[in-house]
Ligand binder design. Structure first.
Ligand code: ADP
Ligand code: ZN
Length: 745
């Protein structure tokens, strides 16, 4: 027998599987990891398939060295998925296969953890007799007593009760009374199994109707749904019921969330309901824990998987359901090579495995909603909150008028008043300021000079600290002291502009000195469980006001929150990206949805310098449909995605001339390629060489070539050619090809 092996090397020449001989007596199956000779080295690989015949001459064929596990690490369905993704991303399969295994498993960097176990090697009577003969109170007697009932005990447990049992155990083993052996064990992440049970809700009509559509599909061949439910409509309970049904059918479910640290409630709900059947995959797991959770899933011990996007590759055997909560979040796009959109991967998996897909959001992405309208997904709508709670009232404050009335602080008169009333009533408030630090830029009033990072074309943010304030680059992390005088003109009128979370925190504390607050942003959540501690302080009521960046806008369910203030609603709208309106609408609607989730109605105050902007209006009315229609029209008229595909070749170099030269060469090559392929050319709307809005980053100069094309098979082929062009590289410059990149900067 022979097998075809995909060797774990990413190189164009190694893109095809290699054939190896399976030595006599070795049993292998497709998907199994093996060790094979490759050139002069030994490499890991994955068996793609078995064959009876072989096209390699017998004197050249080499043999598999050994299997790395005695089971297939890659299930047949994941194998097919890896193949499909490799085709789409125009990359070797070795690369997409890597997505499907815990990183540390490769290269044998992680092994199953074993513990030493002890059990009787003789009958209970014989052991009893031996114990009688031993000196009373001796280690030997104590150990025999502990092992007397015949149950295996770990050496660790024994050592907890008998001091230094090593010698005595050795003796007992030597006498043939006990056996000592190793056993595999799983590293269980902290706090994994706390069961809280089912709250036994009476389903709302909306939940009921959604489930009536979903369950029949789940029970038959699967289906694809977009669940559009307003904030607080109880989407999680719909997922739970669907998961229950999936488990009852003997199948498995995968629940995807944008970022696990930001969804502690979702995780605890799932753990509470499904206990040890649930595996939670998050970035703070140790390598060992991650590997063990993966094995629990692979063995079918964990049948509900909760995790961020990479959990879509969980090796469950019988997939019944994939849920993607907050499907509009950009964290579902994997930016790194091989690039993929989790929504596409999930849909492909569900189709292949006859499973059901539920995409859910209060603010679906334009793309998904358009697809639902076209009939690709079944649209389910839950337009009311549970228990008939009203959606919060949203009031807009025009910050230009605050300025006219000489209020130069970040809090409007109305928001100040509302905050006071809220805490006086013993309720809680959330303030969104989508920018961290104290001031967002520092500039010279005399000549207009703005302090920028020496490595990046980005203005430095001022942060206050324990001792002194510092300027920090939010891109590369560079820190420096603020200048005393202007480096350009020598003037001494250095001014600080643009507020961030620290400034908001300071103003709130000044206004309400006795009210405890917490701040949640990138700077306060760096430590292990940083998010959890802050959210716990707020949940318990120890903190009354939560101030933070967009981290606080998603998915949190705090019934005591009756007031949400958005300090600068325009921030998101000002970004130079065709998606900025969509993102602003999502952020504002989501954060507004944090208010009034308990018995008390909620109030939202949106502070803006552009109250007339339609997006602010749609968000204030929480009118998704109206927003969708307006945005869909704008995209169609402007030929933006989903009507077209945007892609770019990004060129980076330490030397500006090299970047420019590479960009010119590349642009010429692209145009030549198009001339050679008229069918591709027909689908291309623009090819434009440009300097990105950020000219350099991390000391590398940048150029890009923007390509806008119609969605088509030809465009796909063109992108294949561009991927190859990018991987060929350029002199002194790096090229990277990106399709629908998450940022255009
Ligand atoms: P969404 O994700 O749609 O914003 P959640 O799933 O967080 O909403 O649900 C909001 C709150 O309503 C949660 O506290 C949840 O426990 C509660 N809830 C869900 N369904 C019901 C129900 N049928 N009856 C009462 N409370 C419910
Ligand atoms: Zn920098």
């Amino acid at each position: 027998m022979y097998c075809r092996v995909i060797v774990d090397i990413v190189h164009e020449n190694v893109a095809k599987p290699f054939t190896y001989l399976i030595p006599e007596g070795m049993k292998l199956c497709a998907g199994q990891r093996v060790s094979v000779p490759f050139g002069a080295r030994e490499k890991e690989g994955i068996v793609a398939g078995l064959t009876e015949t072989c096209d390699v001459p017998p004197e050249k064929i080499r043999s598999v060295i050994r299997p790395l596990e005695d089971y297939a690490a890659i299930t047949p369905e994941l194998m097919a998925l890896a193949e499909e993704m490799a085709l789409q991303a125009h990359c070797p399969m070795a690369e997409t296969l890597r997505l499907m295994l815990p990183a540390q498993m490769r290269g044998g960097r992680i092994r199953a953890k074993t513990i030493r176990m002890v059990k009787l090697a003789v009958s209970a009577e014989e052991a009893h007799a031996a114990a009688e003969k031993a000196k009373p109170g001796s280690k030997r007697a104590l150990l025999l007593d502990l092992l007397g009932n015949g149950k295996p005990v770990s050496t660790q447990m024994l050592a907890a009760q008998v001091k230094d049992p090593g010698e005595a155990l050795k003796k007992l083993e030597g006498d043939g009374i006990i056996a000592v052996y190793s056993e595999e064990t799983l590293r269980t992440p902290e706090g994994a199994y706390i069961l809280s049970g089912d709250p036994g809700y009476v389903l709302t009509p909306g939940q009921q109707e959604a489930l009536e559509e979903i369950l029949p599909c789940l029970r038959s061949k699967g289906g694809k749904f977009l669940l559009h439910g307003v904030t607080g409509s109880g989407k999680t309970e719909v997922f739970m019921k669907a998961v229950h049904e999936t488990l009852a059918m003997g199948k498995c479910a995968i629940i995807l969330v944008p970022e696990i640290a930001l969804t502690p409630q979702m995780v605890s709900w799932f753990r509470g309901r499904f206990g040890a059947a649930a595996a939670v995959i998050h970035s703070r797991l140790s390598a060992g824990e991650r590997y063990d959770e993966w094995r629990r899933i692979r063995r079918g011990e964990a049948r509900v998987v909760i995790g961020a996007r990479s959990a879509v590759f969980s090796p469950v055997d019988r997939l019944g359901l994939i849920v993607m909560d907050e499907e509009h979040e950009s964290t579902y796009l994997n930016d790194r090579h091989p690039r993929y959109d989790t929504r596409e991967v999930a849909a492909s998996r569900c189709t292949r495995e006859n499973a059901t897909l539920i995409l859910a959001s209060a603010t679906p992405s334009i793309l998904s909603f358009a697809r639902a309208r076209r009939g690709d997904y079944i649209l389910l709508e839950m337009m009311h909150r549970v228990n008939d709670r009203p959606l919060p009232e949203v009031e807009i404050v025009d910050m230009r008028q605050e300025l006219e009335h000489n209020n130069r602080t970040v809090l409007s008169v109305m928001l100040r008043q509302a905050l006071k009333e809220c805490v006086e009533k013993g309720e809680q408030a959330i303030l969104l300021m989508n920018r961290r630090g104290y001031n967002s830029f520092v500039s010279c009033r005399n000549c207009g000079y703005v302090v920028k990072c020496p490595n990046c074309d980005i203005s430095m943010t001022y942060h206050i600290g324990d001792e002194s304030g510092k300027l920090r680059c939010h891109y590369c992390g560079k820190e420096m002291l603020p200048p005393v005088s202007c480096p350009e003109c020598g003037g001494r009128h250095i001014r600080y502009f643009g507020a961030g979370t620290q400034k908001v925190e300071e103003e709130v504390n000044r206004m309400l000195p006795d009210v405890p607050t917490v701040r949640m942003d990138y700077d306060t959540t760096g430590t292990k469980d940083g998010h959890g501690k802050i959210l716990e302080a707020f949940r318990s009521g120890r903190a009354r006001i939560l101030i933070g960046t967009q981290m606080i806008a998603k998915g949190l369910d705090f019934p005591q929150v009756t007031l949400v203030g958005v300090i600068a609603a325009d921030l998101a709208l000002n970004l130079p990206d065709y998606r900025s309106r969509e993102r602003a609408f999502q952020l504002l609607t989501q954060v507004a949805g944090r208010a009034g989730r308990g018995d008390q109605p909620g109030r939202v105050i949106l502070q803006t310098y552009r109250p007339e902007d339609p997006v602010i209006g749609f968000a204030a009315r929480q009118d998704y449909r109206a927003f969708f229609e307006s945005e869909f029209r704008r995209r169609r008229n402007g030929l933006y995605p989903p009507f077209t595909v945007l892609a770019r070749l990004l060129i980076e170099s330490r030397r500006e001339e090299a970047a420019e030269r590479a960009a010119e060469d590349l642009e010429r090559k692209v145009r030549e390629t198009l001339l050679d392929h008229p069918a591709w050319q027909k689908k291309v709307l623009t090819v434009l060489k440009d300097t990105p809005s950020v000219k350099f980053l991390k000391s590398r100069f940048r150029r890009h070539i923007l390509i806008k094309a119609l969605v088509s098979r030809e465009t796909d082929e063109l992108f294949g050619a561009l991927t190859e062009m990018a991987s060929a590289g350029a002199e002194n410059a790096e090229i990277c090809f990106e399709v629908n990149p998450t940022t255009m900067m």
